[in-house]
Design a protein around this ligand. Sequence first.
Ligand code: PEP
Ligand code: MG
Length: 325
Amino acid sequence: AQERYASIRDLPAETVDGAVLSLQMNAGLMADLPSLPSSGAEGVGLFRTELQFLVRNQMPRRSELVALYARVLDAAGGKPVIFRTLDIGSDKVLPYMKPNDEPNPALGWRAIRVGLDKPGIMRMQLQALIRAANGRPLTVMFPFVAQLEEYRAARKLMDKTLAAEARLGHALPEHIEVGAMLETPSLAFAPHKFFEEVDFLSIGGNDLKQFFFAADRENERVRRRYDTLNVSFLSFIERIVERCAETDTPVSFCGEDAGRPVEAMCFAAIGLRRLSMRPASIGPVKSLLRRTDLQEVRKVIADARHRGEMSVRPAVMDWLRTRRG
Ligand code: PEP
Ligand code: MG
C-alpha cells in the first residue's frame, strides 16, 4: 500500500468526475515538516502553535518564536502554512500559567477568549509571525471564534500589530490572510457579514462535533455514540459549505475526520474541496478520491437521507463494497 501511495504522491487529488481537492497536512513541531514533501501535501493547513508553549516550563521568548516560525516557513519552501494562534485552556494547560479552576474547561476560558482578554501573549505571537515572515506571505487563523465581534477584535489586534511593526522598521508580509476556525455551532449562523469579512474559514471538526452533539471529545463513552456521518452533522457541514459559497469564502476541514478516507469522500461529496489531515492520511485519502465519482456518492447519501437513516455510513460502506465487486 505504501508503494501505491508513493506512486500517486505527485498526482492531483482529482475525483473520477473531475473535482480537484487540495489536501494539506496538520503539523505542530519542526519534526513534522519533513512530511510536507514526502506526503505530497500541498501545504500546512493547520500549524498548531500551542505545542511549542506546552513543551517547556516557561513562556517562550519572542526571539525564540521568530526563529522557530522562520524555520517552519523555510522548511515549507514556499508552500502555504496556516499558523493557528495559541489554542490553550480546556485540555491544553500551560504549565507556567495559573490554572483556573473551571467547572467545564471545554466551555471555559480558552483559545481566542484568553487571547483577547490577555492580548500581551497574542500580540507577542503576532509580532513573531510577522518578523518570521520577513516580507513573505503570511496566513494566520484564530481558534475557537464563536461570534463576529471576536473575529473583528482579533483582526484589529493584527492590524495594530502590523502598523506597529512597520513603524519599527520591520518588513511587512507581502500578502496577509486572516482566518477563523469554525468550531462552535454559533459561528455557522453568524451574520452574512462575518462570512464576507473573514479571509477564510477552517472547520475544526473535533471541537465542532463535540459541541454539536454535546458529547465530550475526551470521553470515549459518549464520543463514540455519535457518528461523523450522522445525517444531522453532515447536513450541518453542508450548510456551512453553502454559506461559504455564497460569499466565495474559502473553507477547509481540519479535524481528525478529514484524514479518514470514507469521511473525506463524503465531505468531498457535500462540497468541501480543502482538507487538512495528519501526513500519513494524505495517501489513503487521495487514493480513494481518485477512484471515486462524487455524483454516485451524492446519490448514495441522498437515498440514505430519504430513507430516514440515522447515519449514511452503512449505505456508503455497502456501496463501496459492491463497487469493489
Ligand atoms: C479541531 O477542533 O478540530 C481542531 C483541528 O483543533 P484541535 O484538535 O487542536 O482542538
Ligand atoms: Mg479545536
